[in-house]
Design a protein around this ligand. Structure first.
Ligand code: ARG
Ligand code: ZN
Length: 852
């Protein structure tokens, strides 16, 4: 069944208060719900329908009188008074049997919840939609030994022992009206890492990160990140926290990264637990960003929520944009921007250029969980960034103040959001709105003209048609441009040009010589750019561009061109790229983190996408070989400087994941990977032996495996870390990532037989199956063994956990890029999957869309 944006109607009733009582039991939890309702004067449909799934109804009452509601598909209906009334139900649920990890479930003996988007209906009968907001009071009763800690949203108002048994209770009250998707409950044997903060108005807030005993030494980094986030939101957006306490819980079994439940954020333990010994620098950075993201949701998501799930980007795009700003402020802004663009190109571009393409605000869905996508999140954030670029920083700040002012307490829409900007800036945003409604990645082409005085940029845009949108209209594309002279001096600082028609020209007069343009600085719009000048232009910009993003981009484009040439014509790596790289890497005035990024080269799947765009069916093995050849050429060209780069970027003193130390380790480890090809892994073996942190240990292990010298270390690593689930996830992934293409499927199959492979744990399943699908040449290796293997496991997981299964299906989204032989193999697996009896709605929607 498909749900449409255009069909929105408000719920017929207003809920003034919600009282919930939970009597926890692993297999038979009782949930008693008491709702104070009245007819909604703004609604026309008086139908009283409550969502409910997998619930055993014990009783239902209206104003204290037992009634018999009609149980129907997906919920219940009842005849209710046309006046205020009290609705009560008691249901029984089975948290232990809940492997889908939606609603109330158990993870390692701990009770926890995940309600976004539609999990609350698995807890009790309720209008489970984000525009129904209410004030919740929650009483939890649980066994004192197994659930010494009882947590829910808001402030804790009462605790006590239950008279007749070894049980206790806690009552939580959340004064802020909220939709059901922000409800949370956690109960278990947990210990807290505690702290407190004084907010901008002088209120003290108690902070706690709750973890299983043994993990309490992995919380201090997360706590610092939380405090920084709270301060940042006060300083930059003027937003203060609004409860007496803020709790975070780490949970091992979790479908996504984390969840912003009001006052009780629940995190995948991989996104909050951190220690030098067990976490890489990339883990630390990710944890900092996700803590910030969930905290920022308190205003963008919770205080102002979404009217319906089509508006998901209202909270997610804005909150991702805010967490990107936070990272840019806390660490290096250019490095953060490059990281964001790398992620956008790796995840959003393939989505927007394949069968799963959808607008930032979709107009229909079957299963909303399938729309927590890179398009809604990352492109959604890019759209906010473009808006800010177009109106300017001051106008953006003013508009945001108006947004918080006008919509606090609302369940809002994209129309509301844009109207705030229109009202506060006077700018007409009707064309800009196409960024929300039109799918696909715009292609921008720039031609140049110079007549001895005037330099002109002729820009054009086009977006490939899609089935639902055969005619794409021109969008408002902010193109940031600077001009350089022959010596690399900036003669025109960055200006934002607005390309808002199919074609538009921009002229710069008074140019005594032909300048070199630097176009799309800081990646000012999520588009693909084609421009003049070829490799010599790229080499010039790599050497001289004053915009750090475009300087990096020039190197990336040189590498990309070199690889595409090697793949299609067998030519050797481009010497201009290699010499340009030497120059940049030897420039010690450049930030090590930035230089480390310069070491990178386009991923194999990115290259496959580029080839497909130019109407060549990508050959995964040829792409793999060309990538390896380029790496080998780099190792050789840089041979003389690698030992120095490695030595000069060693970090001494106690471990710290600050930006400077992280940058140095990244640069040294990038050097190590190539150095190992020269010394057979001798340096890496030494680093492995001496390292006191996971970044160094894992980089050394990867380098050793890369040169075929890591088997003993792999075994030692397993022996050292077999007690730590999060570290073992790395052990599982790395072996697949480092396997030769022809060995990837077998390595994966062997690992699924390992005693610690647990398909019910999403982190472990993704560590193995995600690595399989991300190894481009291995996944697409001749014969299709990897396709079959992944499909086998998706079929096994689907009945247990539809959400994680459906997400992993995106591994197949690029299937039409490949040759007829591979397409036939892929299609056969997709058809086998979709023909599986009782396939979940989640997975069947994904496969149907992918098949097209
Ligand atoms: N709102 C969460 C976040 O972005 C994501 C939760 C998504 N969960 C889901 N089952 N779709 O932080
Ligand atoms: Zn979010």
């Amino acid at each position: 069944q498909t749900i449409y944006l255009k069909d929105y109607t408000p719920f017929g009733y207003i809920i003034d208060a919600v009282d919930l009582t939970f009597r926890l039991d692993p297999t038979a939890t009782r949930v008693i719900s008491r709702l104070s309702l009245r007819p909604n004067p703004e609604a026309s449909d008086p139908c009283f329908f409550l969502h409910g799934e997998d619930l055993k109804l014990i009783s239902a009452k209206i104003d204290g009188q037992d009634i018999a509601p009609r149980l129907i598909e997906g919920g219940l209906e009842a005849d209710v008074p046309n006046a205020p009334f009290v609705w009560e139900t008691e249901v029984e649920i089975n948290p232990q049997a809940n492997t889908a990890l939606e609603g109330l479930y158990m993870s390692n003996g701990m009770y926890c919840t995940q309600c976004e988007a539609q999990g609350f209906r698995k807890i009790t009968y309720y209008p489970d939609r984000p525009d129904v907001m209410s004030v919740f009071t929650v009483r939890i009763e649980g066994n004192t030994d197994t659930t010494p800690q009882l947590l829910s949203n808001g402030n804790k108002v009462e605790t006590g022992a239950l008279s007749n048994s070894d049980a206790q209770f806690a009552v939580w009250h959340d004064p802020w009206p909220k939709p059901a998707y922000l409800f949370a409950l956690v109960a278990g044997d947990l210990v807290a890492h505690q702290d407190s903060i004084v907010t901008m108005s002088g209120k003290t807030v108690q902070l706690a990160i709750w973890v299983r005993p043994g993990d309490e030494n992995k919380c201090s980094f997360g706590m610092d990140a939380l405090k920084k986030s709270m301060r940042w939101d006060e300083d930059v957006y003027g937003r203060e926290y609004d409860l007496d306490e803020f709790n975070i819980v780490a949970v091992d079994d979790f479908n996504m990264g984390a969840m912003e439940n009001k006052g009780l954020n629940i995190f995948n333990s991989s996104c909050v637990l951190a220690s030098a010994e067990t976490s890489t620098d990339a883990n630390f950075e990710r944890i900092e960003a996700i803590i910030a993201h969930e905290y920022f949701h308190n205003w963008t998501g919770n205080r102002i929520t979404c009217r319906d799930w089509f508006q998901l980007c209202l909270k997610e795009g804005l909150t991702v944009f805010r967490d990107h700003q936070f990272t840019a402020d806390e660490r290096s802004a250019p490095v953060a921007r490059i990281d964001n663009v790398l992620a956008l190109r790796a995840r959003q571009f393939p989505e927007d250029q394949g069968p799963l393409s959808h607008p930032v605000r979709p107009e229909s869905f079957q299963e909303i969980n399938n729309f927590y996508t890179a398009t809604v999140y990352e492109k959604g954030a890019e759209v906010i960034g473009m808006l800010k670029t177009l109106v300017g920083d001051a106008a953006y700040a003013k508009a945001l103040d108006l947004y918080f002012d006008r919509h606090d307490g609302d369940a809002a829409t994209i129309e509301d959001w844009l109207k705030v900007f229109q009202d506060s800036t006077g700018r007409d945003l009707s064309q800009f709105k196409r960024w929300y409604s039109q799918s696909g990645t715009p292609q921008v082409t720039v031609r140049e003209d110079y007549d001895g005085d005037t330099f002109t940029l002729h820009m054009s845009q086009s977006t490939a048609p899609s089935t639902e949108q055969p005619n794409k209209l021109p969008q408002v594309i902010p193109v940031a441009v600077g001009l350089l002279d022959d010596a690399g001096n900036e003669i025109l600082p960055t200006q934002v040009l607005e390309l808002d028609q199919d074609e538009k020209s921009f002229s710069f007069s008074g140019m005594s010589a032909r300048p070199t343009p630097s176009i799309l600085r800081n990646f000012s719009a999520p588009v693909m750019l084609t421009q003049e000048g070829g490799n010599s232009r790229r080499a010039f910009l790599l050497a001289h561009d004053t915009d750090p993003f475009n300087r990096w981009e020039a190197g990336r484009m040189l590498a990309r061109a070199s690889l595409v040439d090697s793949i299609t014509t067998g030519s050797a790596p481009n010497p201009d790229y290699l010499s340009g790289l030497v120059a940049v890497l030897s420039d010690t005035t450049l930030d090590p983190a930035y230089r480390a990024l310069m070491f990178g080269q386009p991923t194999q799947s990115e290259l496959a996408g580029i080839l497909h765009e130019s109407s060549t069916a990508p050959d995964p093995q040829a792409i793999h070989d060309a990538s390896e050849t380029l790496r080998a050429a780099k190792a050789e060209t840089l041979a003389d400087m690698l030992p120095d780069l490695y030595a000069q970027n060693q970090v001494t003193g106690p471990f710290s994941p600050d930006a400077e130390a992280v940058g140095k380790r990244a640069l040294a480890n990038a050097a190590l990977a190539l150095l190992s090809r020269q010394d057979g892994g001798a340096t890496a073996a030494l680093q492995y032996q001496n390292s006191d942190n996971m970044t160094q240990q894992l980089a050394a292990l990867a380098a050793l495996l890369d040169v075929g010298a890591g088997d003993d270390h792999l075994a030692a690593f397993e022996a050292q870390w077999s007690h730590d689930r999060l570290v073992m996830d790395k052990w599982f992934s790395l072996q697949i990532m480092q396997a030769k293409p022809e060995d990837v499927a077998d390595t994966t199959r062997r690992l699924t037989l390992h005693a610690d492979f647990d398909m019910k744990n999403p982190n472990r399943f993704r560590a193995v199956m995600g690595a399989l699908s991300m190894h481009h040449a291995g996944f697409h290796h001749d014969g299709g063994a990897a396709y079959t293997l992944l499909t086998d496991w998706l079929i096994k997981l689907d009945p247990l956990n539809p959400q994680t299964t459906a997400r992993m299906c995106s591994a197949f989204q690029t299937w039409t890029r490949y040759d007829a032989g591979r397409q036939a193999l892929l299609r056969a697996q997709l058809e086998r999957l979709v023909a599986t009896p009782n396939l979940s709605r989640d997975t069947s929607e994904m496969i149907t869309r992918i098949l097209g």
